[in-house]
Ligand binder design. Sequence first.
Ligand code: YNC
Ligand code: MG
Length: 409
Amino acid sequence: DHKFWKTQPVPQPGEALAPEDGFIEPSRPSAEVRQDAFLLPTGFEWSVIDINDPAQNKEVYDLLSANYVEDDDASFRFQYTGEFLQWALMPPGYHKDWHLGVRISSSKKLISFISAVPVRLRVRQNTILASEVNFLCVHKKWRSKRLAPVLIKEVTRQCNLKGVFQAIYTAGVVIPTPISTCRYYHRSLNVAKLVDVKFTYVPRNMTLARMIRVHKVPSTTTLSIREMEEKDVDQVTELFEKYMRRFDLVPELSKEEVKHQFLSGMGRGEVGSNHRREGQVIWTYVVEDPESKRITDFFSYYSLPSTIIGNRKYPVLEAAYLFYYATSVAFDPEAEEDVLKMRVQSIIGDALIVAHKAGFDVFNALTLMDNVPVLHELKFGVGDGQLNFYLYNWRTAPMAGMEPVGNVS
Ligand code: YNC
Ligand code: MG
C-alpha cells in the first residue's frame, strides 16, 4: 500500500491501460500553483543549493557519497564527483530553485537533497517539456520518517511554478508504475581487481588467469575515432536526432544541449598519461569520413565511481557507463539488419577499448537502445541491478522490447 504514491498523478496498480497517451492532471497557471513551500518537520529547513559554489557542491558530494544508492548487499555505493554534479545539474536552462536541500535548522547540516533539470522529452509521438528528477537522498539517520514525499512534493511545486507538469525519473526500487525496466550489464576490464573486491567471481570451471585472458581488450580500435570537438556540434546534433527516431522515449537535444552533454564534462587542461583530463566526467568520440568530412558515428560514456565499502586496498571502483551513441548506418534503407548490429558492436567495442586505456575497471551498459544484441559477444555479463523508468503525470503504454515490468505490490 503506497500511502504517498497513491495520491500522485501516476498510473496506479491494476489500472486499465489508457486508450491514448496524455496527461493525468491538467497543467495550471502558476498563479494557481501552491505559493508556499511544503511544511517540513520541526527542526528542519529548506535550502536552495548553488551547485557552482564549491562549499555547497562539497556538502552535496559529502551527503551523497555517504548516503546515496548502494547495491543490494551494501558492498558498493555511488560516489558522484563534484564535477559530475555540475555537469548533471547545470544543463542549459537549469533552474537553481530545482536543486533543493534540507538542513537541520540548528546546525545547518545538510541531511537531504533532491534535484530536477529541464528536459524536452519525446514519448512516442508526443513531445513534452518535462523535468528529470535525480539525486533524491535522505541521510541514513533520518530515513523512514516520510521526508522523501515532502521533498518530492516540493520539487514538484517548484517545477509547476516554472510551468512544468511532467517528469521523468529512474529508480532501482519498484513503485507505481514503471513504464519500462532495464537490466545492468557489466564488462570487466580490470578482472584481477574486480575479483579481489568481489564485484565479480571466478566461475567454478575457470581460473583467474584464464578469466583475465578472456577479458583482454584489444589495443587498437576497429573504427577510426577521434575525440569530439566543438566544431562537430552541429553534425552530432543532427545525427543524434535522426538516430533517436528509432526509439520511443528520448530527449530532444538542441545544439547547446549537445555541447553541454557531450563536451562540457570533458575536464580541464590536457589529456594526461592516464588518458584523462583533470575532473573529466564525459568521454565523447566521433567517426569522421576522411573524404566527405561528415561525422558518420559518435559514442560517449561517463565516469561514475563507486565507493567499495570497507575496502582499504581498493577504496574506489572506477566505472564507466555507456551514454548515447548514434550511427548513420541506421539510415541506409538498403542495409541489412545485421549491418547495424555489427556497427553497434564496433562502436561499443571501441568504447571498451578507450575506457580500458583511461583506467576504468568496469564498463556498464543497460538493456536499451540497440545494446542488447551485442552485449554477449562483447563479453558483458548480466548484473543483479535493475533500473525502472517512470513518468510523472503522463500516461503511455509500457515500452516494448525490454524486459517485463515487475509486479507492483
Ligand atoms: C524513490 N527512489 O515508496 P509510498 S532514485 C520515489 N523514488 O512512498 P520515506 C521513493 N519514491 O510507497 P526514506 C523512492 N524511494 O509509501 C522511496 N520512495 O507511497 C517512496 N536512499 O518515504 C516510498 N535514492 O522518507 C514511500 O523513505 C516513501 O527515508 C517513503 O527515503 C527514501 O533519485 C530515500 O536510493 C530514497 O536516500 C530518499 O531511502 C532514501 O527511505 C535514500 O519514509 C538511498 O518514499 C538513495 C536512493 C533514490 C535514487 C532518484 C529518483 C527519485 C524520483 C522521485 C520521484 C519524482 C517524481 C516527479 C517529481 C517532479 C514532478 C514534476 C513536474
Ligand atoms: Mg524519511
